[in-house]
Design a protein around this ligand. Sequence first.
Ligand SMILES: *[C@@H]1O[C@H](CO)[C@@H](O)[C@H](O)[C@H]1NC(C)=O
Ligand SMILES: *[C@@H]1O[C@H](CO)[C@@H](O)[C@H](O)[C@H]1NC(C)=O
Ligand SMILES: *[C@@H]1O[C@H](CO)[C@@H](O)[C@H](O)[C@H]1NC(C)=O
Ligand SMILES: *[C@@H]1O[C@H](CO)[C@@H](O)[C@H](O)[C@H]1NC(C)=O
Length: 566
Amino acid sequence: MCMGSVPVLWRVVYACAAMAAVAAVTPATVDTTVQKDGPVTVTPAGTIRGSWMSTRRGRRFQAYRGVRYAHPPTGELRFQPPKPILQYDGEVDASQEGPACPLPAPPSYYVDEDCLRLNVYTPTNKRSAKLPVIVFIHPGGFYSMTGRSDLAGPHYLLEKDLVLVTLNYRLSALGFISTGDEVAPGNNGMKDQVMALRWVQRNIAAFGGDPGRVTVAGVSAGAISATLHMISPMTKGLFHRAISISGSATGKEPTPPHQRHLAEKQARLLGCPTNSSRAIIDCLKTKPWKELGDSYPKFFEIGYDPVGLWGPVVEPAAGQERYLDMDASLAVCSGRMHAVPQIISVTTDEFSWFARNILKNETLLKRMNAEWKQLAPISFMLPRENSSHAVEELTSHYLHDRPLANDEASAKGMGNLYVDSIMGFPIRRMLNLMAQYSPEPVYFYEFAYIGNHSHWEDPDTKKPVGAMHHDDMLYLFTLPYRFPTIELGTKDDEMVSRMTAIWYNFAKYGEPTPRQSELGDLSWPAVTSRERRYLHIDSEMELRTLQEYRYAIWERLYPDQSCPAH
Ligand SMILES: *[C@@H]1O[C@H](CO)[C@@H](O)[C@H](O)[C@H]1NC(C)=O
Ligand SMILES: *[C@@H]1O[C@H](CO)[C@@H](O)[C@H](O)[C@H]1NC(C)=O
Ligand SMILES: *[C@@H]1O[C@H](CO)[C@@H](O)[C@H](O)[C@H]1NC(C)=O
Ligand SMILES: *[C@@H]1O[C@H](CO)[C@@H](O)[C@H](O)[C@H]1NC(C)=O
């Protein structure tokens, strides 16, 4: 299932990459000896013992891993909002990595339903340090990946004087089931993130962090999360800047009120009744977490499509504390958000490689050509209702009505369709909304750099061919589950210096290029309705002007239903 078949999509890639590589890294990252000489931090919640790690340059820092920020969401707490832990019973042993939340993984990988954990990395736990704090929300489509250090390693960022927090939140049905009523209003995985942000507010000063200078940073699903935290009624005051890399909270359609179809599908997959919300939830509560965690590949309708499955919803009012109470676009354009300075970004090639994957497979290529009208809305995540007109226009625009073939023209055309449909347009919509309505600066970058590695490397040449989805993450985090650590002094290492400088500056000052930063005299302006410049990041960094025509066809096909034209 993992190699090369069907459009290999993000979730599958994440899961498969994790599966393939995790076996190899597990022994190294799960250290079973408690470090008796580990650093100790006394927090308002109790005493936490960690371990030491060091950066490539040999800078020692403290790591506190697998720390519970909420009660285990198990038993009666499954499908419930998280319950905070305000006080630990005894000294917390945080010297070892905690589990990932349930997802498909090999038996040797540490996965458990008791997964509401976070990691804190800090150069010093002196209260007086007051370092900027970055809270990283991991990618993975809300159904895969984790904040463990094998998938979000701290070694590059901890060269800087900052505190890094990475966290797990519940995934798939366990985190995002929503029935549209009081039985399962939804967003528990988002409420997990909120709980972690509250934990940070209470406890981070003890680790040398400044609770008044918190940056929420996310990639993909994490970017959607970071943006929604600016909108949620639950998160005001919990953070002060946001970074949204390759993910958008706004898209072709308004935020849905529920995902009942997925709840029913999950129920059917595990042999549960579907005739009432209560019946679905009561039955799913009795199932082993592994069955829930393992079931997402069965949600695909063709191959591994559609890419988007579980996600945040506008919750019905049923007496619960609501994470989201209105459509994301509407919240932004009606000023119902607590705006903070924000960085928004896209990579040049995002999911373009899905196209190459299909075109190189004769069976898939044939099927795609034969059933294009039915498959296109699924693969490109177009609103399903009345899609035929949109498919016709997009086919003409991107493919010049030529049948798909295993050639460069098709790879480019179909690749661009994937890029624009799944990432480019939704991100531009969000950028334009924020640029127009947010009272805080919004910076935009496009990541175009192709280095030694990529999240998609050509299966024939084994070489990167583009700046793919997640590729900017390679220069911010070590990802030992799959990639070697970048060597000092290489070109890739220059990119590490730049990306970590951008994050550090932004976390510290609220602007990515303050005067006198490591980035020289680069001055990267915010995007507004009139000032349309952004940073193009490649071997060189330069300011460019946004192409305004690129998404015209998308604006026409999918006008914003919530906000006036923007
Ligand atoms: C092509 O896709 C089919 C259908 O998913 C799959 O069974 C097959 O293994 C793929 N072929 C190659 C060479 O990857
Ligand atoms: C749901 O179906 C079960 C058995 O199929 C039945 O016993 C139950 O009464 C039904 N409940 C509702 C609300 O229709
Ligand atoms: C789909 O098309 C039908 C018939 O033309 C129309 O009544 C309906 O409103 C359309 N739905 C959407 C969402 O555009
Ligand atoms: C790629 O990695 C090799 C081995 O670490 C290194 O020599 C080379 O400079 C790297 N290339 C870039 C672009 O960083």
